[in-house]
Design a protein around this ligand. Sequence first.
Ligand code: N01
Length: 527
Amino acid sequence: MYALHRLRDDLGLNTHAFEAGEGVGGTWYWNRYPGARCDAESVFYSYSFDADLQQEWVWSERYAAQPEILSYAEHVADRLDLRRSITFGTRVTAAHYDESRRLWLLTTDTGQHVEARYLVTALGCLSAAQAPDFKGLEDFRGEIHHTARWPHEGVELAGKRVAVIGTGSSGIQSVPEIARLAEHLTVFQRTPHFTIPARNQPFTEAEFDDIRSRYPQLRAQALEDGAGLPLDPAHGNAADLTEAERAAELDRRWQQGGLAFAATFADLLTDESANSIAADYVRERIGETVQDPRTAELLTPTDYPLATKRICLDTGYYETYNRENVTLVSVRNTPIERITPTGIRVSAADHEDGADNGDGTDHEFDVIVFATGFDAMTGSYTRMDLRGRDGRELAEAWREGPRTYLGLAVSGFPNLFTVTGPGSPSVLGNMMACVEQHVDWITGYIDHLEKTGVAAAEAEEGAQDSWVEHVAEVASATLYPKAGSWYMGANVEGKPRVFMPYAGGLNLYRQQCDEIAAQGYPGFSHT
Ligand code: N01
């Protein structure tokens, strides 16, 4: 939406957008599961480019829920008159670069063919929903829903036996809500995730008025911050604090709630001992919250550092397991074997709560919810037939892992610009700040190309190689590669294990992008 606005309204280019959904909002259009909420604070998870827009929109809560963010996106679309330039309900299935004419040729699933000088992809990092290909899926007699494709009319859960498969952010947000509605909820967990209380609360009028009066200052702070989310920076490394100071700081951040917990120590993501101090703290909270010791043990992450799988925020997640109508089934050592006509069969008969049929344990359900995540960062690209010069397929170019220059451009794919592409900070920061930075940079570059009469701009292979190496080097100095996370492509069978986002921080990344622009775009060839 911001790219459309900038390219169409600021540069005056003939710009058109294609959108698979029937409305705007992206993530917030698709992810309508109970409890869906953004864990970046609403004040920062919003556009900063228009002071009037910022002043007129009133956020009701510290963390906005999905319907409110969707209304915001709709409001922005109306206010900027974007809809007239968007074709909804239309997926671009192919984009091929025609080198002789220096144009992109697009094909849609509605049979449209479109030509464009520039192709800007704003496909989302977490939009290619992924469900395990369990045997027997088609035989299930109840309903199956993925959190990221939740029906717009909602799902009737009252009085139903419901299964949730997956305990990442989507599972952790939906479990407490589903537990309140369902007759019985069974959660199938493969890996326990660390989750921190969100401590969401509504803003009072006075609080929000105060925030509004400080927006310029808040946005300036966000520009300086590594995540574009200036919450509560660390006061030093864990070793700089005494044991009592560390405990007080952990307590304070736990009570305050939110993502700032992962910034308790400056070295939390680079030093294993610092990390384990914070991880132990969370493990203790799990132990004291969950009444059944076996369930508490299963919910306790033990084999990867805190925040190296995306940290989750919750409202009453651990407490939910104290409810009579909630059961946790660990499928770590006994994977889901198949979906049966009446439910889920787990591969070994070692669960007390299911009926043993001799070669597996059967659990019966009316509704199965897949909270099983996404083919993150590259899935929406590789699922499209995207071809650059000489017919080179992007999926092939990225077979060993995504290769980009700055996460913005790909060698061999002229005039393709990838908003929050792999190799940019994207998912490690506040997505709205990342989007604005990318779109501003792309707009500046396209303006430069137009003014200088360049028909095709392409990342040079050498510049791309250096950037890919830099992204890997920065990641290897952190603890991130120690977890089998979607950041690493580990959740998709056969996907290369490469840490995909840039972990150097949005502030430093912005500086690098700005320097490249100021120097006349080194690393790009112009023809
Ligand atoms: O997906 P996930 P998500 N059998 O990949 C499990 C953002 N987000 O949709 O960990 C059993 O994190 C899988 O198990 P394991 C946020 O960036 C933000 O929850 O691979 N289980 C895992 O538990 C987030 O990180 C917000 O062992 C299976 C789960 O499914 C990202 O989106 C809200 C399985 C998938 O978790 C993705 O979150 C929601 C199988 N065969 C999402 N296959 C907020 O802003 C997979 N799993 C709050």
